[in-house]
Design a protein around this ligand. Structure first.
Ligand code: AR6
Length: 180
């Protein structure tokens, strides 16, 4: 399990199912309507139970859509994690529509929310790299750079985990992880 320390934060790379992680906060790759869906979103809502979706609905009713690059936080329902941070990544349209900046913002805003609820450990999936079609290597570079810069600037987190689902994605992250 590759890991390294950046500032005071341990960065860890894991292959597996994010819903099994016992981090304080799990990040979900959500949609702007916060209505649940497939992929990691479906897995988190299935594992966490209906309370999470109820909270998402209440947030959407209060504040409307959650645009790409932004995130909201709910409780963790039946998950071991106390919080779920629902981050909305950009849909990939070829890379010239501000996708990189929006993906970076999704990671940064997730970490801001994690600090705001006093989470000490956070687990991220590869936001946007499934249904939203963001190329995995480009997304992984952005994820690692965004998290590294954030923890160096803000501190406060003990551990950030990158949870890749497929062995192929794990390999991509592992190469970048070792090179950085
Ligand atoms: N644990 C960790 N990673 C997972 C898991 C899991 N249990 N399941 C899938 N992944 P996606 P997106 C990986 O499609 O691209 C949803 O319907 C998956 O292999 O979940 O941001 C939402 O409601 C991929 O690498 O999210 C939105 O409508 C990564 O998670 C839309 O899809 C992200 O894939 C969001 O699309």
């Amino acid at each position: 399990m590759p890991e390294k320390t950046v500032g005071r934060t341990r960065l860890v790379l894991i292959q597996g199912d994010i819903t099994r992680q016992d981090a304080d906060a799990l990040v979900n790759a959500a949609n702007s309507e916060l209505r649940g869906g497939g992929g990691v979103d479906g897995a988190i809502h299935r594992a966490g139970g209906p309370l999470i979706l109820e909270e998402c609905r209440a947030i959407a009713a209060r504040q409307g859509r959650c645009p790409a690059g932004q995130a909201v936080v709910t409780g963790g329902g039946r998950l071991r994690a106390r919080h779920v941070i629902h981050a909305v990544g950009p849909v990939w349209h070829g890379g010239e529509q501000g996708e990189d900046g929006l993906l970076r913002a999704a990671y940064e805003n997730s970490l801001r929310l994690a600090l705001s609820v006093n989470a000490r450990s956070v687990a991220f999936p590869g936001i946007s790299t499934g249904a939203y079609g963001f190329p995995v290597e480009r997304a992984a570079r952005i994820a690692l750079a965004a998290v590294t810069a954030f923890v160096l600037e803000h501190g406060g987190l003990e551990e950030v985990r990158f949870v890749t689902f497929s062995p192929g994605d794990y390999g991509v992250y592992a190469r970048l992880f070792e090179a950085a």
